[in-house]
Design a protein around this ligand. Structure first.
Ligand SMILES: NC(=O)c1ncn([C@@H]2O[C@H](COP(=O)(O)O)[C@@H](O)[C@H]2O)c1NC=O
Length: 532
């Protein structure tokens, strides 16, 4: 390493809101003969631990004031950070104004994000916007050639290690890495503030939108091996795959993250207190089987029976604690991931016999009605929309056929329509007795989805040794209206007795007439669930 890339650290400024690791850092800096400047609370904690510190106010000869709004915003601080050590004019100005260089800035910010997450009032959130901290971070990062900036206590160790290894100096590589991280931190901080402010103003889509996130995991690869990928968490704190605890198995891949999220969001539609046990099995972000049951094991077995071929290597989501009976069923075939609110000890022991099977526990279910935004990138920008948080229970169902659905048909129709919400369009879902028996997903024509779902129902029956298709006597849900009667007729031909769909087609009358002619009950929801 060229000698000039190593720069000495003689004076540090510490101003931290989160004081974890502060005393160890202070001791390590003193051991390197580094002078410490520090702000009120940080200085006090260091002094109480017997560490020699100069208060910033004594250094600047200017008191902290206005409830801490002004502490470090002073030319003696910013000049000391920003002055270029290899620029004669800068050094002369520093000399003239008695500005001593500051070579290490250790700052973490007022906890704005946490304050918002706690639901604090407007005034408290405003007071938790840090001004002096980001200013110092940005100054120090700009002068990375000479100055080190630390915004994360995880970097205390690497900085101290370099100081020890290079006799009180640090490398340009370290300073650049710290600078990049510093700007990412202030950027994310401002993103959080601007998005909170927009919410306060009731602006769903402000003029300029900024997204912030913290890298949680770099994956081995993305959707395909030639794509790189990582997961960034935001401050939403939604219960799910990102916040879950992984008990066993390899790290989740990109596709695992995506599929597990789809699986858990689907099963979360079925509150166990209302629906009892529920299970969803997902492949490529689409369900291949979803079922309610009187026990969780029964729900799993029914979901599996819907498409035993596709369920192989699938993702299983459960709406309640994984028990031993269900675990014993699950381990009979190869599964990638199980996600559940919890698992009992006997179930954990059964799953432990499959070393590669990932078991994720979330501690609860996400709330399906929560609002939020979904973001998708495409050439030239981002598409931003609200999360589809409408429940089938909120739909005003309208019976439009001559035949009135039975209670069982109605309950199955609601279940089918809820599942259809989580199936890629065009989505057609056949259900019998709280169990999907055929799912048609992602087709460009609705009639093709109808046919695929019907063929799946026949295949499921044959796999179970039944001669009659499981579509016989089923109900069918469509995520969007039937533009023509053909898709509906395909369902009737397959043996469905009732249909649930949004309605709203120009040809609704023709479709209703066709339903009547085929003797089907038809319910309109007035609610569409396209999913792409
Ligand atoms: N106003 C200022 O000049 C200022 N300078 C530093 N701070 C922040 O004050 C906090 C540390 O305060 P203390 O050491 O008093 O506990 C840090 O989060 C730091 O980012 C400031 N506070 C807010 O802007």
């Amino acid at each position: 390493m060229p000698a000039s890339d190593l720069q000495p650290v003689k004076r540090a400024l510490i101003s931290v809101s989160d004081k974890a690791g502060l005393i160890d850092l202070g001791n390590a800096l003193i051991a390197q003969n580094i002078e410490i400047l520090s702000t009120g609370g940080s200085a006090k904690m260091l002094q109480d631990a017997g560490i020699s510190v100069t208060e910033v106010a004594d250094h600047t000869h200017f008191p902290e004031m206005m409830d801490g709004r002004v502490k470090t915003l002073h030319p003696k601080i910013h000049g000391g950070i920003l002055g270029l050590r290899d620029n004669d004019d800068h050094m002369a100005a520093m000399d003239q104004h008695d500005i001593g260089p500051i070579d290490l800035v250790v700052v973490n910010l007022y906890p704005f994000e946490e304050t918002v997450a706690k639901g604090a009032d407007f005034h408290t959130c405003i007071e938790n916007i840090d001004i002096g901290g980001p200013a110092m971070i940005r100054s120090a990062a700009k002068n990375y050639g000479f100055v080190n900036v630390v915004v994360d206590s995880e970097d205390y160790g690497p900085v101290v290690e370099e100081l020890m290894a290079h006799n009180g100096k640090t490398s340009i590589e370290l300073r650049k890495r710290l600078a990049a991280k510093a700007y990412a931190r202030t950027g994310a901080y401002d993103a959080a503030i601007s998005s909170w402010y927009a919410t306060q103003l009731g602006e769903v889509f402000p003029d300029r939108m900024v997204f912030g996130g913290t890298r949680q995991q770099i994956m081995r690869y993305g959707e395909n091996p030639h794509q790189q990928a990582a997961f960034y968490s935001n401050d939403e704190n939604r219960i799910g795959v990102a916040s879950s605890t992984q008990l066993q198995g390899k790290e989740l891949s990109y596709n695992n993250f995506n599929d597990t999220d789809a699986a858990f969001e689907l099963v979360a539609e079925f509150d166990p207190n209302v629906f009892g046990p529920a299970c969803a099995i997902i492949k490529h972000a689409n369900p291949c089987g979803v079922a309610l049951g009187s026990t969780l094991a029964e729900a799993y077995k029914s979901a599996f029976a819907c498409d035993t071929t596709s369920a192989f290597g699938g993702i299983i989501a459960l709406n309640q604690t994984l028990d031993m009976a269900t675990a014993e069923e699950i381990v009979k075939i190869f599964t990638e991931v199980i996600i559940a609110p919890d698992a009992d000890d006997d179930a954990k022991a059964v799953i432990a016999s499959k070393k590669n099977l990932r078991l994720l526990l979330t501690g609860g279910l996400p709330e399906p009605t929560t609002s939020g935004q979904l973001i998708k990138s495409l050439a030239g920008g981002y598409l931003v929309q609200d999360r589809d948080n409408q429940l089938t229970a909120q739909a005003e169902l309208q019976v439009v056929s001559q035949k009135v659905p039975t209670e069982q048909e109605l309950s199955d129709m609601k279940f089918a329509f809820t599942v259809a919400k989580h199936v890629k369009s065009n989505a057609i879902v056949y259900v019998r007795d709280g169990v999907t028996v055929g799912i048609g997903a992602g087709q460009m024509s609705r009639v093709d989805s109808s046919k695929i779902a019907a063929s799946k129902a026949l295949e499921a029956a044959q796999n179970a040794g039944d001669e009659i298709s499981w579509a016989k006597g089923s109900v069918v849900a469509s995520d969007a209206f039937f533009p023509f009667a053909d898709g509906l007729l395909a369902a009737a031909e397959a043996g469905a007795t009732a249909v649930i769909q949004p309605g709203g087609s120009m040809r609704d009358d023709d479709v209703i007439k066709a339903a009547d002619a085929a003797g089907l009950a038809m319910v309109l929801t007035g609610m569409r669930h396209f999913r792409h």
